[in-house]
Design a protein around this ligand. Sequence first.
Ligand SMILES: Cc1cc2nc3c(=O)[nH]c(=O)nc-3n(C[C@H](O)[C@H](O)[C@H](O)COP(=O)(O)O)c2cc1C
Length: 271
Amino acid sequence: MDLLQRCKGRRVVLAPMAGITDGSFCGKYRDLFGIVTLGALNLDSATLSASKEIVKRGRREFLYSLNKFEYFVKREIVKARESNALVSVNIRFKDFHEGRRRIEFLGEHCDIIELNCHCRQEEIVNLGIGQELLKGENIETLKDFLKGIQELEIGKPILLKVRANVVPVDELIDNLNKVKRYFHGIHLDCFNPGKDYPDMEYLEKIRRCFRDKIVIGNNSINSLSDGERMLKYGDLISVARCLLKGNVKWIAQFNRKTSRELSCSPLENPR
Ligand SMILES: Cc1cc2nc3c(=O)[nH]c(=O)nc-3n(C[C@H](O)[C@H](O)[C@H](O)COP(=O)(O)O)c2cc1C
């Protein structure tokens, strides 16, 4: 069934926040989100070491023993399913071969895999991953990762979590066009350097150039009207920091409004 239909008419996604969006955090929002996202989870020793360094600087990350990955993930996914939403997992790795078994495991237990091309923490960027994967010089690495995941035939949609303005939008479009057969959707943080509002033009161009992909618009959505504005250019919208402020009420209103609109004009979507 189409991913959007499986969201049961709910158009809001809970975006990942490292060290915060675990199973309990996701699970406490029952019947609110179409998709909840766990992670970012590290799938290899290089990213786990990077996370440990990040924690030393006072930021939150998910730390666990890689030997106990399966146990940890299964437990968190069970809790996240209390949300009655699809469960996506935001993942990071440097060495695909080390992470491969864990991706297969995730494929058996979650609904969506989201490759993190977003993180800008120095320890992750120094590994040439996170937002570095969006740059032209790293596109072969991104391709190898995505091709490797596709060859696992896990049968789950692959999303890319992407930060806007790491590279200019036309450059990102060119880069993503080179790998477009390997992913199903783009989860775009419309990060707008030096501004406190999202870069909607960036999102609009991504939407226009990737009509056959799921597009999730994200950044600074705090109200029904923010959500409506973002939904003009996306199939779904996502939220992170507003939940930390307890700003949640508008999401139920948004669901009621958008599901009414959906039932008036049935979504015909091949995805
Ligand atoms: C504390 C924190 C941790 C985050 N961790 C991740 C992460 O692990 N992976 C990721 O793709 N995005 C991460 N993000 C980015 C969010 O998913 C989102 O793109 C960003 O916060 C903008 O959305 P917002 O304005 O609704 O917060 C994080 C954001 C915050 C605030």
